[in-house]
Design a binder for this molecule. Structure first.
Ligand SMILES: [Zn+2]
Length: 56
């Protein structure tokens, strides 16, 4: 049986992030956002709406 790996996607850089390597988890308007590094976090926070659109 395969283990199902949960892969998260960083909306800023578009990279897939291993769940164990998430830099930051943010809640924004009820949506959970995962960021891979401080730079992506700063970028997301500078314009959250722009990046939230990419999540869908
Ligand atoms: Zn990133």
């Amino acid at each position: 049986m395969k283990n199902k790996e949960i892969t998260l996607r960083d909306p800023v850089c578009g990279k897939k992030i291993n769940r164990n390597k998430v830099h930051a988890t943010l809640q924004y308007e009820g949506i959970t956002v995962y960021l891979c590094c401080p730079r992506c976090q700063a970028e997301f926070e500078s314009d959250p709406k722009k990046y939230l659109k990419k999540l869908n």
